[in-house]
Write a protein that binds this ligand. Structure first.
Ligand code: PGA
Length: 256
């Protein structure tokens, strides 16, 4: 079974940039020629969301990198899903490994966050992925399935979810998964969705790969049948490189 969803490329800017570099990146993205048949989303730091929403071409949708687990209120330093929606953001990234492993977010909290965001009209880029020691211990699918189950137990539907498979050992390390390694896990994820949610969800849900994707390796990765796009960190900070990654959808299409 292969995916039937539209190719999807997200740029996760993390805690990078300043007013000047954000302005430059927005300008580069506005100037870039992007293929039509790709959904494109960028995730700036919270403080630049409003600027990006107001200045970036509407061709590109905008995501936050996190949201509070429930209704807003007395939670110092947090941002609620309602506030993101109010600003005009369409997406939120949840379950990123940096939040799991540096900030200590659990599967259960992430599931709740996803449910709350979806119920408040945001779409979710739901991240999963194993640590190097988990891969080496042969636990890649066990870990990924546990993370998937936590989403499945909490969310009302998979309609507005994109799954980002990001092996932790490949994030920001320059050590990209081989196309075969990524394809293998993506196929397992799709099968898990078919077995545990529905065949329809398995074919319609985009499963994107993240971890050291760059302008030089994206075309090869995109050829894999279960890779429906990318979540890009470092290389999304350079407009022309990010555009090349977006346009790697071309390698997905049969040659004309
Ligand atoms: P990277 O980050 O592309 O810099 O490896 C990917 C991510 O964390 O989403």
């Amino acid at each position: 079974m292969t995916g039937t969803g539209k190719f999807f490329v997200g740029g996760n800017w993390k805690a990078n940039g300043n007013k000047e570099s954000v302005k430059k990146l927005v300008q580069e993205l506005n100037d870039a020629k992007l293929e039509d048949d790709v959904d494109v989303v960028v995730a700036p730091p919270y403080i630049y969301l409003d600027y990006v929403l107001n200045n970036l071409n509407k061709r590109v949708e905008v995501s936050a990198q996190n949201s509070w687990v429930g209704k807003g209120g007395a939670f110092t330093g947090e941002i609620s899903a309602e506030q993101l929606k109010d600003l005009g953001a369409q997406w939120v990234i949840l379950g990123h490994s940096e939040r799991r492993h540096i900030l200590g977010e659990t599967n259960e909290t992430i599931g709740k966050k996803a449910a709350y965001a979806l119920n408040n009209g945001l779409k979710v880029i739901a991240c999963i992925g194993e640590l190097l020691e988990e891969r080496e211990a042969g636990k890649t699918t066990e870990v990924c399935f546990g993370q998937l189950k936590a989403y499945a137990d909490a969310v009302p539907s998979w309609k507005d979810i994109v799954i980002a498979y990001e092996p932790v050992w490949a994030i920001g390390t320059g050590k990209v998964a081989t196309p075969q390694q990524a394809q293998e896990v993506h196929a397992e994820i799709r099968k898990w969705l078919a077995d545990n949610v529905s065949a329809e969800t398995a074919s319609e849900t985009r499963i994107i790969y993240g971890g050291s994707v760059n302008a030089a390796n994206s075309a090869e990765l995109a050829k894999q049948e279960d890779i429906d796009g990318f979540l890009v960190g470092g290389a999304s900070l350079k407009g022309p490189d990010f555009a090349t990654i977006i346009n790697s959808v071309r390698s997905k299409k049969p040659a004309a």
